[in-house]
Design a binder for this molecule. Structure first.
Ligand code: PBG
Length: 308
């Protein structure tokens, strides 16, 4: 009766991977219980999640062919575009369809942008690619696009491109405060990404030591037209979530990322932690800190547990 916060399936967004050119779902080694889905198995999985009351999914694509610019990301017949239209056909307006918008899953070098002559992401050239991705994802049925590449000006560029193509109703969930964390490792297994040359994303993602800068990033994205903003990862950045909640009145999402999920599984496998209790505590803490929406690989487990 005196509980201050409660989890509800409506708070949850399930991240899902769909891979081109496979017939059977492929288990992801470092994300137990998660799969690279085929188009068919993705449809089955989303039906199951909807039955559990989960209202939204965010899709990541793994293309068969990667290249220097990540051109499969804006192919109208690309894997994510096809999966979006499958799910739109299956669920009509009963599912919130979110598309991650980035090129790192599609480039052969693994960076979130096209590279300049010095081998670094070229911010402004990348924006043009993001604009095309946004329009093809919206055309395929996305309700929300979620730019995750941390290029400066990406929200403004995408907003303009969507509006110019008649998609003024498609919303933007900005990965606004996205840290250059060591916790994305298992995700890179999930999308077959290795950043070439031992590269990293510290040039465009945020320094893990900075909290004030996160607020600046969030405010900039809102000024550029973001409808919802995200803090990512979640648990090590509860201070940022709670500060954002205190200072802003917009919907705040938090991404409980692959490494956060994998740690709990690894410890549970050893018999050192109780998986279900820790999952509920972790996701509940993210809610308590002030997140309205939580992207988590535990979405299906949490939805089952809170219905019991
Ligand atoms: C980039 C992207 C990443 C994640 C979501 N979008 C990886 C990265 O920035 O390297 C990570 C999500 C997770 O770890 O669960 N497109």
């Amino acid at each position: 009766m005196v509980r201050e916060t409660r989890l509800h399936p409506d708070d949850l967004i399930a991240p899902l991977f769909v891979r081109e050119g496979i017939d059977e779902p492929q288990p992801i080694r470092s994300l137990p219980g998660q799969f690279q889905h085929s188009r068919a198995s993705l449809r089955t999985e989303v039906h199951r999640l909807r039955e559990l009351g989960i209202p939204a999914v965010v899709l990541f694509g793994v293309p068969q062919h990667k290249d220097a610019t990540g051109s499969e990301a804006w192919n109208p017949d690309g894997i994510v575009q096809r999966a979006l239209s499958d799910l739109r056909d299956d669920h009509g307006d009963e599912l919130v369809l979110i598309a991650d918008l980035c090129v790192d899953e599609y480039t052969d070098h693994g960076h979130c942008g096209v590279l300049d002559d010095g081998g670094q992401p070229d911010n402004d050239a990348t924006l043009e690619l993001y604009e095309q991705i946004a329009v093809t994802q919206a055309t395929a049925g996305a309700d929300i696009v979620a730019p995750s590449g941390m290029m400066d000006g990406q929200v403004f560029a995408i907003r303009e491109a969507l509006d110019d193509s008649g998609f003024d109703q498609v919303a933007i969930l900005a990965y606004a405060a996205k840290y250059a964390t060591a916790l994305y490792g298992p995700f890179r297994d999930a999308v077959d990404v290795t950043i070439t040359g031992g590269g990293h994303r510290r040039g465009y993602q945020q320094d893990v030591a900075n909290a004030r800068e996160a607020m600046e990033e969030i405010r900039e994205d809102l000024a550029e037209g973001a409808d919802l903003v995200m803090v990512k990862p979640a648990l090590p950045y509860l201070d940022v979530i709670s500060r954002a909640r205190a200072e802003l009145d917009v919907p705040i999402a938090a991404y409980h990322v692959s490494g956060e999920y994998a740690m709990v599984h690894a410890a549970a496998e050893k018999g050192w932690l109780e998986l279900e209790a820790v999952a509920l505590e972790h996701v509940g803490a993210i809610r308590r800190a002030g997140a309205d929406l939580i992207l988590t690989y535990f979405a299906d487990l949490i939805a089952r547990l809170i219905q019991e």
